[in-house]
Design a protein around this ligand. Structure first.
Ligand SMILES: *[C@@H]1O[C@H](CO)[C@@H](O)[C@H](O)[C@H]1NC(C)=O
Ligand SMILES: *[C@@H]1O[C@H](CO)[C@@H](O)[C@H](O)[C@H]1NC(C)=O
Ligand SMILES: *[C@@H]1O[C@H](CO)[C@@H](O)[C@H](O)[C@H]1NC(C)=O
Length: 306
C-alpha cells in the first residue's frame, strides 16, 4: 500500500502541470496581421493573388518565398524551406526579439485572438518560427496567407489587413529549436526556457522596445512606453549597448576574429547575413552565417496597402 502510494507521488506534479494553462511569455495587444508566404497557392486557387487582390497572380511561387528558409533554422546546414516543412502554421515576429534568444523563442506556440475569440487554424496551433524585419518597428505579426485571410474582413484578400489582434507567445514548445540537420518539425522533446521568463508586452511601434531590452538582458520586463518607432529603436540600441558589456565580460577574454558580442547582434559580411550566437561553444559567442542575403530583410506584404 505504502509503496503504491509512493510510486504514484512522482506523477502528481506532472498532472498538476498538465492542468495549468501555459504562461504567456510575450503579449501584443491591438496588433495587425500581414502575410508573407502561401502554401495553398495554385494557378486556380490564389487567395491573395490576381485581379483586385493584394498581390500578382502566383506571387508566392514567383517570388520564391515558399522556398526560403526561416530564421529559426539558423543552425542547420541544409534547412528545409517553408514549402518542405509544409505547414501554414508558421508565424514570423520581431526578428530582434527572436535573435536575442533564438533557442528560447523558436518553436513556441502562438495564440491569436480576434474580437475576443481565438483564431483556430485547422492544421493545429500557430508556431513561432521566423523573424520579421518590419515587425521590429510596428505592432505586426506575419502569417501564412491561409491564416491571414481567416482574419481579414469578409475572409477575402482585397481589403484591409487584420487588425485589433491580441497575440500571445505562450510557454508551450511545439517544435524543438533546430540545432543541426537532424531537426524535424515534430513534437518537441523538451521545453526550452526563454530568457524572458518574466514576460514581455508589446514590442514594436506602439509597445516600446523596453521589452526587447528585457529579452536581451533577462531582466524583468516593463514595457509601458508608448514611444513610436524612433524612440523604440533608441531604447533597443541602448539595451544592446548594456548587454554588450555583459557579454564581453562573460567570455572572460579578448574577442578573437570570429567571436562577437552581444548575443543576437547582426552584421553583413561578404554579402552574408550573420548573427552573433553560441555556435561551437556554450561559453563564447561567434558569428554565424544565416540564410538569406544582407540586403533582403524579409518584409510583410500589404502593410499600409488598402
Ligand atoms: C489599434 O491599432 C490601430 C492601428 O491598427 C490604431 O489606429 C488604433 O488607434 C489602435 N487602438 C488602440 C486602442 O491603441
Ligand atoms: C511555393 O512556391 C515554390 C516556388 O517559389 C514552389 O516550388 C513550391 O512548390 C510552392 N509550395 C507550395 C506548397 O505551394
Ligand atoms: C522550390 O523547391 C521545390 C522543392 O521543394 C523545387 O522543386 C522547386 O524547383 C523550387 N522552386 C524554386 C523557384 O526554387
Amino acid at each position: 500500500m505504502i509503496s503504491t502510494l509512493l510510486s504514484l507521488l512522482p506523477l502528481l506534479p506532472a498532472l498538476a502541470g498538465s492542468f495549468a494553462s501555459a504562461t504567456t511569455l510575450w503579449e501584443m495587444d491591438n496588433a495587425s496581421g500581414t502575410f508573407y508566404y502561401d502554401l495553398t497557392e495554385t494557378t486556380t486557387y490564389d487567395q491573395c493573388g490576381g485581379s483586385g487582390k493584394a498581390e500578382a497572380v502566383m506571387w508566392a511561387w514567383d517570388s520564391g518565398i515558399n522556398n526560403s528558409t526561416t530564421l529559426c533554422e539558423t543552425k542547420m546546414v541544409n534547412p528545409p524551406s517553408l514549402a518542405s516543412i509544409g505547414t501554414n502554421r508558421i508565424v514570423a515576429m520581431n526578428a530582434n526579439v527572436l535573435n536575442a534568444d533564438l533557442a528560447g523563442w523558436c518553436g513556441k506556440e502562438v495564440k491569436v485572438f480576434q474580437d475576443g475569440a481565438e483564431v483556430v487554424l485547422d492544421e493545429g496551433p500557430f508556431v513561432l518560427f521566423d523573424g520579421c524585419g518590419a515587425c521590429e518597428s510596428a505592432m505586426i505579426v506575419d502569417f501564412s496567407v491561409k491564416a491571414a485571410v481567416m482574419m481579414m474582413p469578409g475572409q477575402v484578400c482585397t481589403g484591409a489587413n487584420p487588425s485589433g489582434l491580441t497575440v500571445q507567445v505562450v510557454d508551450t514548445q511545439i517544435w524543438d529549436f533546430p540545432r543541426d540537420d537532424s531537426w524535424q518539425p515534430t513534437a518537441a522533446s523538451q521545453p526550452m526556457k526563454t530568457s524572458s521568463n518574466a514576460g514581455i508586452t508589446g514590442v514594436g511601434g506602439s509597445g516600446g522596445n523596453a521589452a526587447a531590452a528585457s529579452v536581451t538582458t533577462g531582466a524583468a520586463a516593463v514595457a509601458t512606453s508608448s514611444a513610436g518607432g524612433a524612440a523604440a529603436t533608441a531604447a533597443a540600441s541602448a539595451a544592446t549597448g548594456a548587454s554588450s558589456a555583459a557579454a564581453t565580460g562573460s567570455t572572460g577574454g579578448t574577442l578573437t576574429a570570429n567571436q562577437c558580442s552581444p548575443k543576437g547582434a547582426t552584421q553583413c559580411s561578404g554579402g552574408e547575413n550573420q548573427i552573433c550566437n553560441y555556435v561551437t561553444s556554450d561559453v563564447y559567442l561567434e558569428w554565424q552565417t544565416v540564410p538569406g542575403s544582407c540586403t533582403s530583410k524579409r518584409g510583410p506584404r500589404r502593410l499600409g496597402a488598402a
